[in-house]
Design a protein around this ligand. Structure first.
Ligand code: B12
Length: 215
């Protein structure tokens, strides 16, 4: 196995075995060999989270282990975050991000925030369980061009629709929306009148650039 494959395997293993120290060390090893942080997140840490999801789905592990794995994933992302940051002085635009009301899943949103920050956007992460009005209020206050909202459960998807509705009610026409999360689909986003759907962190920057170029 080459050096790069070894580091990717360690990143994956760190999440699979919820080993926070290994996640940090492997992330540092990735930086030492000049691995692209985006690749390390998607192909290393992210693959580990895929297998955690799979084991959880099949009842082989339970919520505490999933939570521990997510902490390892976040520890790894934390090491990469400063290196994802674009050195450009001018922000490409302000983005408001959050997980919708009633939903506490945050890992995917953190990945998306990391990619957007890395590409030069100023991202305000409102956290989890965010109400539609909190999204709208923050967008107004910070002068955002885009709201991104994550929903991981079928029961909380409606939070994305409420954001689109509230923007219309408030006649805010210059703020675009992008939605994602395990239960979110392109069809759903189209049906609620959202501007874009995105299936993964690796694609988000390209999607956002297309979306905002039409402003
Ligand atoms: C980790 C996890 C948890 C962790 C969350 C920890 C944290 N800090 O986030 C914990 C243990 C707390 C948890 C709790 C619960 N969970 Co949970 N959880 C998961 C799990 C296993 C993985 C999610 C994850 O982090 N994936 C890794 C990330 C990187 O991927 P991702 O989230 O999909 O994000 C990527 C893309 O979707 C996209 N994306 C995501 N958001 C956004 C946003 C935008 C704007 C864009 C552009 C893109 C984008 O980009 C991301 C990066 O590539 C999923 C299973 C699954 N397959 O998704 C269940 C899952 C989401 N959970 C589920 C459930 C039911 C729950 C609980 C209700 C369980 C319970 N009985 O208590 C609670 C929720 C309580 C609540 N009110 O929210 C169900 C939802 C079922 C449904 N269809 O509604 C799932 C699908 C598991 C299942 N198969 O049953 N969970």
């Amino acid at each position: 196995m080459g050096e790069k494959e070894e580091v990717l395997a360690s990143l994956r293993k760190a999440v699979e075995t919820w080993d926070i120290n290994l996640a940090r060390n492997a992330a540092e090893a990735a930086l030492d060999i000049n691995m692209d942080p985006c690749e390390a997140i998607e192909m290393g840490l992210g693959k580990g989270m895929d297998s955690i999801s799979d084991r959880f789905y099949h009842g082989k592990i339970f919520l505490p282990q999933v939570l521990a794995a997510s902490k390892a994933m976040e520890a790894g992302i934390g090491v990469f975050e400063p290196y994802l940051c674009d050195k450009s002085i001018h922000s490409k635009g302000v983005v408001i991000m959050g997980t919708v009301q009633g939903d506490i899943h945050e890992i995917g949103k953190h990945v998306v925030c990391a990619f957007l920050r890395g590409a030069g956007y100023t991202v305000f992460d409102l956290g989890k369980d965010v109400s539609p009005d909190e999204f709208i209020g923050a967008a107004r206050e910070k002068g955002a061009c885009l709201i991104g909202a994550s929903a991981l459960m079928t029961t909380t998807l409606v939070g994305q629709r409420r954001i689109v509705e509230r923007l219309k009610e408030e006649k805010i026409l210059d703020v675009k929306t992008i939605f994602g999360g395990a239960c979110c689909t392109p069809k759903w986003v189209e049906s609620i009148g959202g501007d874009a759907y995105c299936s993964c962190g690796a694609k988000v920057v390209a999607e956002v650039e297309i979306l905002l170029s039409g402003r």
